[in-house]
Design a binder for this molecule. Structure first.
Ligand code: SF4
Length: 432
């Protein structure tokens, strides 16, 4: 069996270099520019010092209020819609199952990751609370109010999980404990399990222990870059950012010891210049340690230092999604797969019949992350359109239907005999 395209370009298949994968040499971030001293560290927000008043919907045409954690947090647009504090509809999704919370400060995140909309280099251009992150806005709200709304429904809440994203800030360790306490004072962690998306750069092993003792269920580390070189280029010295590969692994291994098997994991972004072999070797390493990988498809986030670079071609993304699912949930191993000279998956190491069953179930192509209440391999954290537009979905935030599976098969170069997929057919089928 070969996964290479039989002929012709498939939908979403080639990047601007005409390749079906993003090689390292084209994925070079821009360098961050200089920032005027009065705009550093949230200077504009602190000077204006506008008092917060209820929910703040990001709007860079008005003065951004001065809000900070632990009293306030930001939450994803999908979570805000599901919570009922903002109006809106999501393409083919009734709600999200994960309440993603983000610590917030006028100074924002002090790191400068090249692919991230929250990065420090944006200080001059946009206040922290107004910045887009994984393609969407993040409204700011009082934490007490969020916990109170969810507490009313308890276990019957649409949310299957709550996750605190710590960001990088001198106060983020201490404030995460307080936000967590505000939550557990009102919501039983047995009703809605808690995940922590950590900030290893400022953390100690004691912090990891404390988060576990306080009721957190899963601890994740956003390694994001699949190799030490790409890590350094996109989130370390290459972009004047404080992160360090070794420190991230230290905290990941602490989490393995403290949270235990299946209760820790790492985020990996695919398409930042790593080979498929490198990414899948990391996936295997995490499984061998007892953890999971949560994957994101690289998307050039507007305003980031990588917004001029190509999104991950769907061919590459689908191959890695499929192989990652086989390793994470089907006991397949990277050593049994074969790779071509560019490190692309050339053979998944199982029969076509077995592969067909996995592809047709569609789960491998759904958003990956911490589990909800449906099944261990179905993520609560569905992040609707966080890594792609709805017109060319990378991670499906819903169960893919027949037309979606044909699209995925066409992207993998694995349409069955007589099967077809026309570009845009998924949108037409759904909207008539
Ligand atoms: S630490 Fe996280 S939030 Fe901060 S810039 Fe990096 S990826 Fe973005």
């Amino acid at each position: 069996m070969s996964c290479l395209k039989p002929e012709g370009a498939q939908p979403g298949g080639l990047n601007e270099a005409g390749l079906d994968f993003n090689p390292a040499d084209i994925m070079e971030p821009r360098k961050p520019g200089a920032i005027a001293p009065d705009l550093k560290n949230g200077g504009r927000v602190k000077t204006n010092d506008v008092s917060p008043d209820g929910v703040y919907l990001p709007d860079y045409n008005i003065l951004t209020p001065h809000r900070r954690s632990p009293e306030d947090v930001q939450l994803s647009t999908a979570a805000a819609i599901t919570l009922g504090i903002t109006r809106g509809k999501m393409h083919r999704c009734a709600c999200t199952r994960c309440l993603n919370l983000l610590l917030t400060y006028p100074e924002g995140c002090r790191a400068n990751c090249a692919y991230c909309g929250l990065a420090r280099h944006r200080e001059a251009e946009r206040d922290y609370a107004d910045r887009n992150f994984i393609r969407v806005d993040w409204p700011a709200v009082p934490m007490e109010e969020v916990a109170s709304i969810v507490a009313r429904d308890g276990a019957a809440s649409p949310f299957h999980r709550m996750c605190i994203s710590m960001i990088t800030h001198p106060r983020s360790d201490e404030d995460t404990f307080t936000v967590l306490k505000t939550w557990t004072d009102k919501v039983d962690p047995n009703d809605i399990p808690i995940s922590i998306l950590s900030n290893p750069t400022t953390m100690t092993r004691e912090d990891v222990k404390r988060l576990h003792t306080m009721g957190s269920d899963i601890f994740t580390v956003a390694i994001d870059a699949a190799t030490p070189e790409i890590f350094d280029r996109t989130r370390g010295k290459g972009v004047q950012s404080p992160h360090n590969w070794k420190k991230y692994w230290e905290i990941l291994l602490d989490a393995r010891d403290i949270f235990g098997p299946q209760k820790f994991g790492a985020h990996i972004i695919i398409g930042m210049g790593e080979t498929e072999y490198e990414a899948l070797t990391l996936v295997q390493q995490l499984v061998d340690l007892g953890g999971h990988s949560h994957m994101f498809c690289f998307f050039p986030e507007k305003g980031s230092l990588m917004d001029h670079l190509p999104a991950t071609p769907r061919d590459q993304w689908r191959r890695v999604q499929l192989a990652r699912y086989l390793i994470d949930y089907c006991d397949k191993r990277v050593e049994d797969m074969t790779f071509d000279g560019h490190g692309r998956v050339a053979d998944f190491g199982i029969s076509q019949a077995e592969l067909d069953v996995t592809i047709d179930s569609g789960i491998a192509f759904r958003t990956s992350g911490c589990p909800g209440k449906f099944a261990d391999d179905i993520s609560a954290c569905d992040r609707p359109y966080g890594d792609s537009p709805p017109s060319n979905i990378a991670s499906y935030p819903f169960q893919p239907e027949d037309v979606d599976i044909r699209k995925i098969r066409s992207q993998l170069g694995m349409l069955r005999d007589g099967e077809t997929y026309e570009e845009g057919e998924d949108i037409e089928t759904i909207h008539g």
